[in-house]
Design a protein around this ligand. Sequence first.
Ligand code: HEM
Length: 162
Amino acid sequence: MANRSAGVAAESVGARTVGLVARTRRPCGVYRPFMASTMYERVGGEAFFKSLVDRFYAGVASDPVLRPLYPQDLDGPNEHLRLFLIQYWGGPRTYDESRGHPRLRMRHAPFAIGLAERDAWLHLMLSSLAEAGLDAQDEAEMAEYFRATATQLINQMGRPPR
Ligand code: HEM
């Protein structure tokens, strides 16, 4: 019985905590329990990342700047990027299990990435993202992550990134 009461108390504390989080106002004006879920869950899990990455690679297939950097068969790169993004945004950690630590700077070192390559990559990824029609706050968060990471992967001398 004592245990039971303790359980109820803990639950109420939990409920109050979630309640407070749920009433936190986000910059876009939407109220929601943003601490109660991962981006992976909010966007709909694996299906979202599969369509995002499929759209992105459909663009790579005919992009004059990016296509020469990638191998003939885009299935491998497609799978790696999908698994990486799923893991990054809080989904299953299959990427680490199959590929090891991401080490993105190191893995991109063999490819010459300057401003033109970064811009082409971002253009394709941000338009693929926009097509998904996500909640504005989630889209902004993901877009900011792509901008920052793509800029970090520039490995060619030249003008400093804008
Ligand atoms: C800045 C422009 C970028 C260019 C030009 C670029 C290009 C490439 C290329 C050519 C590959 C190798 C494909 C292969 O041969 O298998 C690759 C792999 C990969 N890229 Fe990028 N990339 C860029 C940005 C990014 C960003 C921003 C991310 C993450 C948000 C990312 C994540 C990955 C991942 C996860 C892999 C696979 C790594 C592996 O497991 O081997 N890339 N990228």
